[in-house]
Design a protein around this ligand. Structure first.
Ligand SMILES: C[S@@+](CC[C@H](N)C(=O)[O-])C[C@H]1O[C@@H](n2cnc3c(N)ncnc32)[C@H](O)[C@@H]1O
Length: 382
């Protein structure tokens, strides 16, 4: 594929130490889908789903060992629309690298989760399944500054979220300044919400969300009440799946050849305006996500870029601004041999000569070794 790359993109790869041979593996990568409501299905239901998907796809379909709920379809040219399981809403398209970023957060039922760059919402839907609990429902707050992409996210939620729809709220807002805290305890209890409204009539009038310039697009009734939205609670888990140049997403890069034109890959994807602006944006998103995270909580920073400027250097800058006692990069449980490991190979992160060992636990999914799309993932404990 890279024979077609414009000179600007080749220069970008060179400056960012990205070996163009990464793009050679595109043809051989499998296609991945995620089983919706995986935890609620029995083993035999899952086997049936795998078998049906295999018949429709006409090639090998297997569960991804170690990453619960993901199926690997051997032939990447299989179209989702040809799968009955997709048409019925039993599976959604999602690369396993994105699944690993979500699993790296170790969400527990009942957690309040913030997804600061959420659209179109593949990770948000999985987060909602992970924190949903029937006795103490958690919550997922999705934020994205593109109203167009938030609309797509809403459609995805309506189609696939099922009961977890009740714990999701979406904001069309800038993640670098977003400031709405996690819902208060008992946000889901109508009596608590009613009692609060009766006792706090002035607070109710003052706390008009539109005044915060953060527009709530989609939230179930109780989650959109002033009671739920005016709390001071911080989040248990924060995902900063930051805007990036997408150079690690081989499917995305291929679209330049198939739909958008290779010339745009030079100007649009990695023009100098963008490459200068993006790491600044990423750092600001990371800082704001950190501000909204509870002490003891976990933040995952991820991008689908392979560029050091958007990954190790953003993380390094962040760690330089916070002491070791404040922020600690932890190993990602799925890659931890003591926990069995998920069997997906990762490359060590790039470590600047001058830096200590702080970055060693972050991971690079490089398509040449991981057999997935490219992704950088760092798990940071507060
Ligand atoms: C890599 S995509 C996120 C993918 C998403 N997490 C998913 O799994 O579907 C990055 C997103 O960041 C959003 N974005 C860019 N700048 C932003 C900002 N300042 N605040 C919030 N979102 C932003 C983009 O609109 C885009 O939807």
């Amino acid at each position: 594929m890279y024979a077609n790359f414009p000179p600007e993109f080749l220069a970008f790869l060179n400056e960012n130490h990205i070996d163009p041979s990464v793009y050679d593996v595109q043809e051989g990568l499998p296609r991945y889908v995620r089983i919706v409501r995986y935890k609620q299905r029995t083993t035999s239901e899952i086997q049936q789903l795998v078998e049906q998907t295999r018949q429709d796809a006409g090639c090998a379909v297997t569960e991804v060992a170690g990453v619960a709920g993901f199926l690997e379809i051997a032939n990447q040219s299989v179209k989702l629309a040809q799968l009955q399981s997709y048409k019925c809403g039993d599976v959604v398209g999602m690369d396993v690298s994105s699944g690993i970023a979500v699993h790296a957060l170790s969400v527990s039922p009942g957690d309040n989760v913030l997804d600061l760059c959420c659209a179109p919402g593949a990770k948000l839907l999985l987060l909602a399944e992970q924190c949903m609990d029937t006795t103490t429902p958690g919550s997922v707050t999705g934020v994205d500054n593109s109203s167009h992409r938030i609309s797509t996210c809403r459609s995805l939620i309506k189609k696939h979220a099922g009961k977890t729809r009740g714990i999701i709220r979406l904001f069309s807002a800038d993640g670098t300044g977003f400031s709405c805290h996690a819902p208060r305890k008992l946000w889901w209890d109508p009596q608590t919400v009613r009692a609060f409204a009766q006792q706090n009539t002035t607070a109710v009038a003052a706390a008009d969300l539109s005044a915060t310039k953060e527009q709530v697009w989609f939230a179930p009734r109780l989650l959109s009440t002033v009671y739920a939205c005016s709390g001071t609670e911080l989040y248990d888990r924060v995902l900063v799946d930051a805007e990036c140049t997408h150079d690690g997403s081989l499917v995305h890069i291929r679209k330049y050849g198939e739909q958008w034109g290779w010339e745009l890959l030079g100007s649009q994807a990695c023009g100098s305006d963008r490459t200068q602006h993006v790491p600044v944006l990423q750092s600001r998103l990371l800082e704001n996500g950190w501000r909204l995270l509870k002490p003891g909580g976990v933040l995952v920073y991820s991008t689908c870029s392979l560029s050091r400027f958007q990954n190790e250097l953003v993380l390094g800058g962040f760690l330089a601004r916070h002491t070791e006692d404040e922020a600690c990069v932890e190993s990602i449980p799925l890659f931890d041999d003591k926990d069995g490991g998920c069997g997906i190979a990762v490359l060590p992160v790039w470590k600047p000569e001058t830096e200590e060992e702080w970055m060693q636990h972050a991971a690079r999914l490089d398509p040449r070794v991981s057999n997935t799309s490219g992704m950088f993932i760092a798990r940071i404990r507060k």
